[in-house]
Write a protein that binds this ligand. Structure first.
Ligand SMILES: [Zn+2]
Length: 311
């Protein structure tokens, strides 16, 4: 199978336009980590599907701005909506993997992770006709404790990972990880994989998460704009991330705990307008796979980051 993505966009291009990517984690509202424990997998089929409707909106938005992105599709969505993956690919976007069942990697081991990963990879490749070379873990759950996932990704033929968030958060985050593309390894003698982290804003010695999700809807938009401007000034690639349900004010309300309700349902009505105002910013907006060789060069110019340096 060949990868149709061959055009390279240089993140430090001489025309001064920074390389930026809008990535979408293609999942339903009931797949989110905040619903784990409230909506078990056995009940997923009882909740109405909204993903096709929301993806119609997002795909037309990308078209309007003549931009292409990376879509990390969940295997469960691909199973239920096989034509959706083909539509994403036919529109010129990159199809990448978000796993199959949306389990944080903390709940898996190397064997069950490999099954989850390969199920999604094979399904997405069959449906899209593209080689699937990129992965993002549910809830950014590659951390030192789940470092084994890097070896499994390499074994399964992935060329990059986009799961390590260089911030501190109670569910995820590797605060010491670099804020630009880097080579990651599980342990000092382990093989390396290209890591493409989400955008952060450096404030003093701290890195603030400004790349998307709840931060995008709950915090002032100037934080994301400032993060993009800082990345441009530092010639740092910028990867943003969103979910289809974030653009759906009518998303069904699940009986979540209070904090989960605030994080999930606040800011839905203004999200589309916010994304439009971000996408109209100048830049070489393109899929991660299009810029792979440039991102690899940036990673090769820095040090390798080891998730478990003392094992
Ligand atoms: Zn997800």
């Amino acid at each position: 199978m060949t990868n149709r993505h061959t055009a390279a966009a240089d993140p430090a291009a001489p025309n001064g336009k920074p390389w930026r990517c809008v990535s979408i984690d293609v999942e339903e509202y009931f797949h989110i980590e905040a619903a784990h424990g409230t909506i078990p997998k056995a009940q997923w089929e009882c909740w109405p599907s909204r993903v096709e409707r929301n993806m119609d909106l997002l795909l037309s938005l990308f078209d309007r701005f003549n931009q292409r992105g990376t879509f990390f599709v969940l295997g469960h969505v691909a199973m239920r909506h096989p034509r959706l993956v083909r539509r994403i690919a036919d529109a010129g976007h990159e199809v990448a993997s978000h796993g199959t069942w949306h389990d944080r990697l903390h709940r898996l081991d190397p064997d069950t992770f490999q099954q989850d990963l390969l199920t999604s990879k094979h399904m997405l490749e069959d449906q899209s006709g593209q080689a699937v070379i990129g992965y993002r873990a549910p809830t950014f759950s590659i951390v030192p404790k789940t470092a084994w996932a890097i070896d499994v990704l390499i074994e399964c033929g992935f060329k990059y990972d986009a799961s390590i968030f260089p911030v501190r958060h109670h569910w995820y985050g590797v605060p010491k990880a670099p804020d630009r593309p880097f080579n990651v390894q599980a342990r000092p003698d382990g093989p390396t994989l290209l890591e493409v982290p989400p955008l952060t804003l450096a404030v003093g010695s701290r890195k603030l998460p400004v790349a998307g999700g709840g931060y995008f809807r709950l915090l002032p938009l100037w934080l994301m704009r400032r993060g993009l401007a800082q990345a441009q000034a530092q010639q740092r690639p910028a990867v943003l991330y969103f979910h289809p349900w974030e653009f759906d004010p009518d998303t069904p309300r699940m009986p979540l705990p209070l904090l989960g309700r605030i994080r999930t349902y606040k800011g839905l009505s203004g999200a589309t307008q916010r994304l439009e105002s971000i996408m109209e910013q100048p830049g070489q907006w393109s899929p991660i796979a299009h810029a792979l060789s440039s991102l690899e060069r940036i990673a090769a110019s820095g040090s390798t980051f080891c998730l478990q340096p003392h094992t």
